[in-house]
Design a protein around this ligand. Structure first.
Ligand SMILES: Nc1ncnc2c1ncn2[C@@H]1O[C@H](COP(=O)(O)OP(=O)(O)OP(=O)(O)O)[C@@H](O)[C@H]1O
Ligand SMILES: [Mg+2]
Length: 138
């Protein structure tokens, strides 16, 4: 066995400021991490992951924001070629409202998440909540 061989990491966790800039950064980090995992920037998988993170991060910094508190992005490479995206925000007192109005001005984010992800949901945490989505890595 060669001890020099490093195991590639299957997880990225990053705290980010709850601002539009933080949300953009979440998207960029996702693009970079997916490229590192073998899905370059111009691939469908990379694109889909970016869209999912962009919507979940936008929601975290608008609806899930608590002034002065960060949000957290976590990307996990699961067995069976699955990517799990987790976006955690500090607000636990708001229920997600799934708006089924494709022509409406708002409520497109979670519709897009539903279309792009294989599955998604919300978990409570000690402080706030985690909105997660899973997608295949092709
Ligand atoms: N992280 C969150 N914390 C609290 N409420 C949320 C969160 N994410 C979504 N919601 C609620 O669910 C609703 C639907 O979210 P969705 O992303 O579909 O629409 P939107 O953010 O209002 O508009 P759009 O994404 O089209 O700009 C939001 O308006 C908000 O009330
Ligand atoms: Mg939204």
């Amino acid at each position: 066995m060669n001890a020099e061989i490093s195991t590639p990491t299957d997880e990225l966790t990053q705290r980010l400021s709850a601002t539009p800039r933080g949300a953009r950064l979440a998207r960029r980090l996702t693009a970079t991490q997916l490229a590192e995992w073998g899905h370059p920037h111009d691939t469908e998988v990379n694109d889909t992951a970016q869209h999912l993170v962009a919507e979940l991060a936008a929601n975290a910094v608008t609806h899930g924001r608590v002034p002065g508190r960060d949000f957290e992005l976590c990307l996990l490479r699961l067995p069976e070629n699955t990517l799990r995206i987790e976006v955690s925000d500090p607000r636990g007192d708001r229920r997600l409202r799934y708006v089924n109005d494709i022509d409406g001005e708002n409520g497109r984010g979670l519709i897009l998440v539903t279309l792009l992800a294989d599955t998604w949901g919300v978990m409570e945490r000690d402080v706030g909540k985690t909105v997660w989505a899973e997608m295949g890595l092709g």
